[in-house]
Write a protein that binds this ligand. Structure first.
Ligand code: PLP
Length: 388
């Protein structure tokens, strides 16, 4: 089924988020897209159907979600997957054995694990290079580079990469640029408009926004690559169920409102942390102490909801803080309405412990939710007074 956005490209993102993909149900007039909880579809005659044959191939709830995701990123096509990792794995099937992928060296731990521990065993070559160092990154391109893979901002160091420059670099070598836009969300940054060929999301995070569903997506413009990826989506079958599509579609309607609240709260929390004597370093793209503050201002329309910081008391202090906050729940993941806290080294980034991506064991990462900012600051103040 077509995932062409029905909404007008001139509409603003807040409007697109509410309306894209959602048409009143033709049978009942239901305003919200029903959860089409069906695996198959009756055919009027042999091989005569309404565009739906089997739910691995297409499902109307998934079609609505895909249309909305394409519209949010300003792309022609979107494909939804059972998880962010399923989306990434399916996209990497565009790269053939013997071809090379140049990847930022500070990517999501699961992405590194997939590339380094699994796909490299199938003849794909990977280099992991600091994408913030444009000279070193450009020098790592090879004659057989097919794909450049970026995450910006990265997890958990919140480093930025210049998307437009990376797109130029990739295209000059006949390669594609894929950007994992999970941390920024399309509200803060739209990589396709900066020249990227593919945008990837873990919709589990900001797009879903409520920590109640796992999902992933690929958004793109190119019709030929879309046809291939649509074939792969069906052939591999890592698709989301209709209930998951419904939850993600419900979540993304408030994406613009939530991102504004995440940015506002995280800015206040980051300022509070930078002034605190127990804190030695705060990493947040909205602080002018961030080494790429200018790029953040240029490339993103807001600094996002993720903050990483290091305490003078090191790992022991970090563990105390992570254990004792009350409003910040100790948990992996990010991007939900509720605030979360974690230590990347022993938690989300345990899979990269012995790799070049290993992180400081004392690093604390917080996902700042949409609660009242003062309540969040009070929660941090209480625990920081114990470690300062
Ligand atoms: C969570 C995440 C992923 C993986 O997505 P899942 O939905 O957990 O499979 C990929 N990239 C980034 C940046 C993430 O935060």
């Amino acid at each position: 089924m077509s995932t062409q956005p029905k909404t007008n490209a001139k509409l603003h993102l807040e409007t697109i988020a509410v309306h894209a993909g959602v048409e009143p149900d033709p049978v009942s007039g239901a305003v919200m897209t029903p959860i089409y909880q069906t695996s198959t579809y009756a055919q009027a005659d042999v091989a005569v159907h309404k565009g739906y044959e089997y739910s691995r191939t297409d499902n109307p709830t998934r079609t609505a979600l895909q249309t909305a995701l394409a519209a949010l990123e300003g792309g022609r096509h979107a494909l939804a997957f059972a998880s962010g990792m399923a989306a990434i794995d399916t996209l990497l099937r565009l790269v053939k054995p013997g071809e090379h992928v140049l990847c930022g060296n500070d990517v999501y731990g699961g992405t590194f694990r997939l590339f380094d521990k699994i796909l490299s065993g199938y003849g794909l070559e990977f280099s992991f290079v600091d994408a913030a160092d444009s000279g070193a990154f450009a020098a790592a391109m090879q004659p057989n580079t097919r794909l450049v893979w970026l995450e910006t901002p990265t997890n958990p160091m919140l480093r930025l990469a210049d998307i437009a420059a990376a797109a130029e670099l990739a295209h000059a070598h006949g390669a594609w640029l894929a950007v994992d836009n999970t941390f920024a969300s399309p509200v803060l940054q739209r990589p396709l408009t900066l020249g990227a060929d593919f945008v990837v999301h873990s919709t589990t995070k900001y797009i879903g926004g409520h920590s109640d569903v796992v999902g992933g997506a690929i958004v793109l413009n190119d019709d030929e690559a879309y046809a291939r990826l649509k074939f792969l989506q069906n052939a591999i079958g890592a698709v989301p169920g209709p209930m998951d599509c419904f939850l993600t579609l419900r979540g993304l309607k408030t994406l613009a409102l939530r991102m504004a609240a995440h940015c506002r709260n995280a800015t206040l929390v980051a300022q509070y942390l930078s002034d605190h004597t127990a804190v030695s370093q705060v990493i947040y793209p909205g602080l002018d102490s961030h080494p790429q503050y200018d790029l953040a201002r240029r490339q993103m329309s807001g600094p996002g909801g993720m903050i990483s910081f290091i305490l003078h008391g090191g790992e022991a202090a970090a563990r105390t803080v992570a254990r004792e906050t009350r409003l910040f729940t100790l948990a992996e993941s990010l991007g939900g309405v509720e605030s979360l806290i974690e230590l990347p080294a022993p938690m989300t980034h345990a899979s990269v412990a012995d790799s070049p991506l290993a992180v400081d064991p004392g690093l604390v990462r917080i996902s700042v939710g949409i609660e009242n900012a003062q309540d969040l600051i009070d929660d941090l103040a209480r625990v920081l007074s114990r470690v300062g």
